[in-house]
Design a binder for this molecule. Structure first.
Ligand SMILES: Nc1ncnc2c1ncn2[C@@H]1O[C@H](COP(=O)(O)OP(=O)(O)OP(=O)(O)O)[C@@H](O)[C@H]1O
Ligand SMILES: [Mg+2]
Length: 274
């Protein structure tokens, strides 16, 4: 068997970007993990994001809702460096200006993103998938054959427990259910020890039971991690949400707890009433 590519590009370390991305360098002095201010993104003159400002507290579980095309995914693209804003600033903690970092540097700084389609290795076991995703020194340990330290094994076991795949750890990932594959991908993100997790429609296609488990998982991750969850499944949002942000036409239409947002006539008009 040949060497296996690492699943998530954690490319360059701080390097050219200076001390901002030094390990453990996330400055949470004011309790804010992410701060977007005045973000605008245009596609051929169409404003996908329009002067968007948003602040996420450290350890918070924030839900972002809004109609199709509101700019939710584009917002995640901006945070992760996939899309550069035309205007505005994005700060990770007090000091890390994300608009100046590459996608790989942003991942390395501690932001993990889950896409809708899981990028797991179907032919490998659940355990091996987590092993491959681990934030080990990938320059040294590029294959599955290198020995794991006991603390690395413990970290994998802890994640297996969290994502409820302990009993499936030796199964091929390809044999998992849709929901289990989603959890495995979340587990792979967790192996990178992210401070902030971005999840775009994580329960789409899940069974009710899987959706319920996912709600429990996210609630258990909050605190240690900060989470930004985009979802259209309102029952799910209701289960997990502290604060809900409603996006509409590229900016914040409303923000508050679930009840405030549900009773907001503007939110009912553009989204919930449909
Ligand atoms: N790369 C792109 N090029 C051109 N237009 C784009 C691009 N990405 C997004 N858009 C447009 O920007 C707007 C916002 O899209 P976005 O995907 O952020 O919405 P969303 O809130 O995630 O919607 P949904 O709930 O359907 O996922 C849409 O009108 C979309 O067509
Ligand atoms: Mg989207």
């Amino acid at each position: 068997m040949s060497a296996i590519a690492t699943p998530i590009a954690v490319g360059a370390n701080a390097g050219a970007s200076g001390s901002h991305v030094a390990s453990g360098g996330l400055d949470l002095t004011h309790g804010v993990v992410l701060y977007l201010e005045g973000i605008s993104v245009s596609f051929d003159g169409f404003k996908a994001l329009n002067n968007l400002s948003l602040s996420i507290d450290a350890g918070e579980l924030r839900c972002v809702i809004g109609p199709n095309g509101a700019g939710k995914t584009t917002m995640m693209d901006v945070i992760t460096g996939k899309t550069r804003p035309d205007a505005g600033t994005v700060f990770f903690g007090q000091t890390i200006d994300l608009t100046r970092l590459s996608e790989a540097e942003i991942a390395h700084a501690g932001i993990g993103r889950k896409f809708q389609k899981p990028t797991i290795f179907e032919r490998h076991t659940v355990f091996e998938n987590l092993e491959l995703a681990m934030k080990a020194d990938k320059r040294v340990r590029k294959t599955l054959f290198a020995k794991l330290s006991s603390s690395q094994k413990a970290a994998i076991d802890e994640t297996l427990e969290l994502i409820r795949l302990k009993d499936d750890s030796n199964r091929s990932a390809g044999l998992l259910s849709h929901g289990q594959k989603q959890w495995l991908e979340i587990g792979m993100l967790l192996m990178q020890e992210p401070r902030l997790l971005l999840l775009d429609e994580p329960v789409a296609g899940m069974s009710d039971e899987e959706t319920e488990r996912t709600a429990e998982l996210f609630l258990s991750l909050a605190g240690k991690h900060s989470l930004v969850v985009v979802e259209h499944d309102m029952a799910f949002v209701e289960k997990i949400a502290g604060k809900v942000t409603v996006l509409h036409e590229g900016s914040v239409l409303a923000e508050g707890d679930m009840r405030q947002v549900q009773n907001d006539p503007r939110v009912i008009e553009v989204y919930l009433g449909r």
